[in-house]
Each structure stands twice: as structure tokens, then as C-alpha cells.
Design a protein around this ligand. Structure first.
Ligand code: COA
Ligand code: AMP
Length: 633
């Protein structure tokens, strides 16, 4: 039997040989002449010269090879009461038909298409239809506001935008069209058309000449065939938060991605074609791209698209109901979802109502899994609970127990050991490797594995600067962590100003830009502090101008509304307080980390560069008075 250790060593000792063998697991139109190359800037590219089509691999391949009548996708929507399922043949036909709509609108290989849609089957169909034509989709999460959509429109410059009239949250309907209209108004780049799917609970107004009805166009379209694309052609751009107000456009290629998706299903998740696999996330995030749409379909599994929440839709037993109804073998979600479930059903009484015996194992990612949640789940489910670590940039797991190879003992708090293809090191500030249990910066020796970002969309310079310049020859992950004496890696959190709210990655810099634009604000800092349910939540500290005539409550309400309207409700920005001063270094850098440590009640060494330690005392008193942070709340 193959051991993890041997398999992992093989993946590093002869990378090209290893990934050549893995590439044979998917159907190429032309097998790549090169496995690994470097371009003129020295950036690595996998499978140059290979020709394939990702939509073909996810759909047509299965129809042509005996899976046409197997269920490919199940749609379950407790928020609307709708349920549907599609066989591989049906999903292929619907995708081909919608690709025909895109083609009629002039969409061609290389064109960008922005998708701003709720969790309905059409969103997966739209993504696969773009891939069919070689067009590059960029899905924007529905919880982002118009400004965020506009930034992405201006950066990706899409030919068209695809949307729906709205989505349903737990207690409210979210009309999407006014957000799309506002984004068109704000953006400099103007897409040629907007195609909208009307949902029966919310009707959108259409702008003649620009907006088209999805169903009307579909009725007039002819199915479009898949086109051949290069392995190195982009499949999609997915924007993610960085340390500035401008999100990063992570590029995913076709070839490396398809190989990585297939490989991860078999060796990381340990599932076989025909199994039911459920990633309870949203297609707006990387988890949704990889593990709701592409990987399960490329691997010939049945995937579930769930339009609901872990709680209140209708109750905290909904996840277990889905597991029973569809005999889910592997479930993947963020720990925050289970913290929410645990709060409502700590004894697991709702869980007892359902037969979850189909579940072989549970995967968690998006944020560190706290030990209490891990242990609660282990007791409740009696199946392996696997914390694993990855990022939008990688597109698939980088540290995980490889369940399809050999299960290593679980160490609570650790996401286990590196996945094949990832040479993960913990480096200190000088760039040397840390000793066992010494905390440092998580870095990956280049090249990264297939499927990882080859660059940022039309921004090689930012790619170089953000990821490759800190430690030459390494990719900088942006997380801190340590390795123990057995090689288990413990991720301790971001080392930059990115925060993680309910498994959603957000930039404090983006929120600070919004706060700073308020007329009363002289300067501000947004700090991600610990939160029992969401992992972290943002809190704004603002210093106001001297002539401001606003009560503190009123200012707080205005700032909260501004973040909601500009970044979106997903930011969960619910607190802003007035500070007399902000703690800074002598060179003027705000000491956000020290503020976070105070709120979280953690020990920290007073930064030697601090301008005036008394300011930290003031901020600490302010938090105490306002009940901010687990230390004072
Ligand atoms: N469209 C519009 N609004 C959205 C949205 C969407 N697609 N998704 C979230 N929002 C809104 C919510 O309605 C909420 O608005 P509110 O402030 O008016 O209540 C806000 O954004 C925050 O949403 P969320 O973070 O989902 O919090 P919640 O309080 O509604 O639910 C949880 C809490 C824990 C149940 C929820 O965060 C959850 O399901 N988390 C799982 C995370 C996950 O799947 N992560 C993906 C990575 S694997
Ligand atoms: P995203 O790009 O949205 O997937 O967010 C990636 C970031 O989420 C990582 O850089 C980590 O900070 C955090 N993250 C994801 N998974 C884990 C995990 N299993 N443990 C700790 N942090 C995680």
C-alpha cells in the first residue's frame, strides 16, 4: 500500500514525472509537450502546449463515457422550497444551449464574462458555458455591494454581465438588479449587455437595449459546441481581498486546474466517480468554484448546490437533512457554519432526526478550526473530521490529511501535513527555516503545484510584489504558522491586514477607505477582532475632525451603513467607535496588530518602534468602556 510519505516524496523528487503521470487522468485533445516551463519573467507554467476544454471534461466526457444518465447536480433550496436534479446529459445540454446564448451575444474565446448570481443551477450552467467557449468568467459573490462589483467590472473588462433578479437571505429578499445598475453607473468600462434571469419572488426592471431576458435568449439559441483551449489559457478570474483597497484578480488556467481538481478529489477527499460530494459554500468563493462546480464534475461525482444557510433554513438540522436525502459521502464547509449549528443544537438533537450514515468524512476550511468545534464534531459524527488549509490563490488544498492515500492521525489545531506538490516551509524574517514549533511565515518553495495562480489578471508586477518578492524562490502565503517535530503544520492566522469573517476573506484596508471618505473622519483603523461565531469581525476606530457636529451613535450608524453600501453586508461591519488617537510607530504606521491583541486578550510585547505607549493604554480603556473584544465584551 502506498504511504503518504512515499507519495509526497515522489511529488517533490521528480515533479515533472509526477505531474505528467497525474495529467494522464484527464482527457486531453493534445497531451502537453511540456510539463513545467518558465516564461520570460520566470513565472512557472504547467502543461504548456496541452489542448483541452474544461467544460468538455466536466460534462461531455462523462456523457460519452457512460455517465450520461447519472445525476450530475442536485439543487436544493430551503429558502425557496425548490429542488431539482440534472443528469450529466441534461446539464451538458443546458450548458451547450446557454453557450449558444453567449455566442449569439458575440462572446468568444478570451472574452470576460462577469457572473453576479445567487446559488441557483443557472450559475453553474453559466460558468460551464463560458468554459465551453473558452471565455473567462469572473464570479462575484452576491453579498458584495455595487462598488465592489464596479471595481471588478473595471478590472476584468467583461463583454457581458450575467445576473438574476435576486436572492433570498434568511429573513429578506435581496434584489440584485439595482446593485448591478449602480455598478454599471459607477464603472468606467461599460459591458455590452446584461443577461438577467427573473425569479418569481422578485421582478427586475430591464433597461432596453442593454438588458436581455435569460429565458427569451435561451429559447432563440442553438447549442454551441466546446472549443479547444490551451492548457495555459485562463479559465476564470476570481477576485480576492488583498492588503489594499483593490482586490487581486487571481487567474486560474485550464490545464493545471483540471489536473489538480481530478487529483484532489481522488487523493485528498478520497472520493470515487459516482459518489455524492457536497461543498456547502457559495460559488462566489473559491470553494464554490473548485468543489461545487469543477472538481466534482470533472471527477464524475454528483455535486450539490445548496441555496440556504446552516441554520434557520428552516433550522439547525438542515445540513443533516441534506446528508440523509442525497446520501452525501463527503461534506465540506467552514467551521463557522458548525459553530452556528452548535449554538442552536449543542446536544445534536436535530442531528438525531436524520440518518447520516452515508457520511465518510467531513472537511473544514476557510479559517482555522478551533479545537472545541473539532471535538464537538468528532463526538457528534463519529467520522474523521479533517481541517485543511488552502487559499483562493492555490484553488485546492495545500495542507491536508490526504484521505485517498493514507489517513494520518489528526492533531487538533493543525491542518495536517503538506499535500503532494507543495514544499511548505516556515521562514523567519531573515528567510531561514524556523526550528520545530517556532512560529514564522508560511512560504512555499517554487514552483507551486499545478492549478495555482500563474499570475494576477493583467498585473504581473503585483503578482511579483505580493507573493514572490519577500523570499526569493518562494511564494509568500500571507499566513503565519509553525511546524511541529512530526511535520504537522499549525496555521496561526494572517500576517497582513486581511481578515477572515465567517470564512469569508476581507480586507480591512477596503473598509478603512470607506470610513476615511466620511466627512467627519480624520483618520481611522479597522481591526479584525476575535468573534465566537464568525471567527473574526471588523471594528472601526475613528479619530474625528475637530468641528464635527454629530453624536457618536449617529456617526457609528452612518459608518456602518456606508460599509454595507460600499463593501456589502458580507463585511459584517457592525461597530465603529471614536478614539482620541490611534497607536502608531514613530514612522506613522498604525499598530493594528497590537490593537487586535488587546481586544483578543492576548499577551504581546510592546513594539519597540511605538511612538507613544500611552496611546495603547487609551485604546485599551476605550475597548473596556465600549465592551469591544472577547477581553472586555
Ligand atoms: N447575497 C446577499 N447578502 C448576503 C449573501 C448573499 N449571497 N450572503 C450573505 N449575505 C448577507 C447576510 O444576509 C448578512 O446580512 P445581515 O447583516 O443583513 O444579516 C451578511 O451578509 C453577513 O452574512 P453571513 O456572514 O452569511 O452571516 P449570517 O449572520 O447571515 O450567517 C452563518 C452566519 C455562520 C450562518 C454564515 O456566515 C454561514 O453560513 N457561514 C458559512 C460560511 C461559508 O460557507 N464560507 C465559505 C467558505 S467554505
Ligand atoms: P480564501 O482565499 O478566501 O480561501 O482565504 C484563505 C485564507 O483563509 C488563508 O490564507 C488563511 O488565512 C485562511 N484559512 C483557510 N483555511 C484555513 C485553515 N484550514 N486553517 C487556518 N486558516 C485557514
Amino acid at each position: 500500500m502506498m504511504t503518504y510519505k512515499d507519495f509526497y516524496q515522489q511529488s517533490l523528487s521528480d515533479k515533472e514525472d509526477f505531474w505528467r503521470k497525474q495529467a494522464w487522468a484527464i482527457r486531453w485533445f493534445d497531451f502537453p509537450e511540456n510539463i513545467l516551463t518558465q516564461n520570460e519573467q520566470g513565472f512557472y507554467r504547467w502543461y504548456k502546449g496541452g489542448k483541452l476544454n474544461t467544460s468538455y471534461l466536466a460534462l461531455d466526457y462523462h456523457v460519452d463515457n457512460g455517465r450520461g444518465e447519472q445525476t450530475a447536480l442536485i439543487y436544493d433550496s430551503p429558502v425557496t422550497g425548490a429542488k431539482a436534479s440534472f443528469t450529466y446529459r441534461e446539464l451538458r445540454d443546458k450548458t451547450a444551449q446557454f453557450a449558444g446564448v453567449l455566442k449569439n451575444l458575440g462572446v468568444e474565446k478570451g472574452d470576460r464574462v462577469i457572473i453576479y448570481m445567487p446559488m441557483i443551477p443557472e450559475v453553474a450552467i453559466a460558468m460551464l458555458a463560458c468554459a465551453r467557449l473558452g471565455a473567462v468568467h469572473s464570479v462575484v459573490f452576491g453579498g458584495f455591494a455595487a462598488h465592489e462589483l464596479a471595481i471588478r467590472i473595471d478590472d476584468a473588462k467583461p463583454k457581458i454581465v450575467l445576473t438574476a433578479s435576486g436572492g433570498k437571505e434568511i429573513e429578506r429578499i435581496v434584489p440584485y438588479k439595482p446593485i448591478v445598475d449602480a455598478a454599471f453607473e459607477e464603472a468606467t468600462h461599460q459591458p455590452e449587455a446584461c443577461v438577467l434571469l427573473q425569479r418569481d419572488f422578485v421582478q427586475a426592471e430591464m433597461k432596453p437595449g442593454r438588458d436581455y431576458d435569460w429565458m427569451e435568449l435561451l429559447a432563440k439559441a442553438q447549442p454551441a459546441d466546446y472549443v479547444e483551449v490551451a492548457a495555459t489559457d485562463p479559465l476564470y478570474i476570481l477576485y480576492t481581498s488583498g492588503t489594499t483597497g483593490k482586490p487581486k484578480g487571481i487567474v486560474r488556467d485550464n490545464g493545471g486546474h483540471a489536473v489538480a481538481m481530478k487529483f484532489s478529489m481522488e487523493y485528498v477527499y478520497g472520493v470515487q466517480p459516482g459518489d455524492v460530494y457536497w461543498a456547502a459554500s457559495d460559488v462566489g468563493w473559491v470553494v464554490g468554484h473548485s468543489y461545487i462546480v469543477y472538481a466534482p464534475l470533472i471527477h464524475g461525482c454528483t455535486t450539490i448546490l445548496f441555496e440556504g444557510k446552516p441554520i434557520k433554513t428552516p433550522d439547525a438540522g438542515t445540513f443533516w437533512r441534506v446528508v440523509e436525502d442525497y446520501k452525501v459521502k463527503v461534506l465540506f464547509t467552514a467551521p463557522t457554519a458548525f459553530r452556528a449549528i452548535k449554538k442552536e443544537d449543542s446536544k445534536g438533537l436535530l442531528k438525531q432526526k436524520y440518518d447520516t450514515s452515508s457520511l465518510a468524512h467531513l472537511f473544514l476550511a476557510g479559517e482555522r478550526c478551533d479545537v472545541a468545534t473539532l471535538e464537538w464534531l468528532q463526538d457528534l459524527l463519529n467520522v474523521p473530521v479533517i481541517d485543511h488549509w488552502w487559499q483562493t490563490e492555490s484553488g485546492w488544498p495545500m495542507i491536508s490529511n490526504m484521505m485517498g492515500v493514507e489517513m494520518l492521525p489528526v492533531k487538533p489545531g493543525s491542518s495536517c501535513q503538506p499535500v503532494c506538490g507543495y514544499d511548505i516551509r516556515i521562514l523567519n524574517e531573515a528567510g531561514d527555516e524556523c526550528t520545530a514549533n517556532e512560529e514564522g511565515s508560511v512560504a512555499i518553495k517554487l514552483p507551486l503545484a499545478p492549478g495555482c495562480l500563474p499570475t494576477l489578471w493583467e498585473n504581473d508586477a503585483r503578482f511579483q510584489e505580493s507573493y514572490l518578492s519577500a523570499y526569493p524562490g518562494y511564494y509568500l502565503a500571507g499566513d503565519g504558522g509553525y511546524k511541529d517535530e512530526d511535520g504537522y503544520i499549525f496555521i496561526t492566522g494572517r500576517i497582513d491586514d486581511v481578515i477572515n469573517v465567517a470564512g469569508h476573506r476581507l480586507s480591512t484596508a477596503e473598509m478603512e477607505e470607506v470610513l476615511a471618505s466620511h466627512a467627519a473622519v480624520a483618520e481611522c483603523a479597522v481591526v479584525g477582532i476575535q468573534d465566537e461565531m464568525k471567527g473574526q469581525i471588523p471594528v472601526g476606530f475613528v479619530v474625528i475632525k475637530s468641528d464635527v457636529d454629530l453624536t457618536e451613535d449617529r456617526l457609528e450608524q452612518e459608518l456602518i451603513q456606508m460599509v454595507r453600501d460600499t463593501v456589502g453586508p458580507v463585511a459584517s461591519f457592525k461597530r465603529a467607535v471614536i478614539a482620541q488617537r490611534l497607536p502608531k510607530t514613530r514612522s506613522g504606521k498604525i499598530l493594528r496588530k497590537a490593537m487586535r491583541y488587546i481586544a483578543d486578550g492576548k499577551e504581546f510585547a510592546m513594539p519597540s518602534t511605538i511612538e507613544d505607549p500611552a496611546v495603547l493604554e487609551e485604546v485599551s480603556d476605550l475597548m473596556k468602556r465600549k465592551g469591544i473584544g472577547v477581553a472586555f465584551g
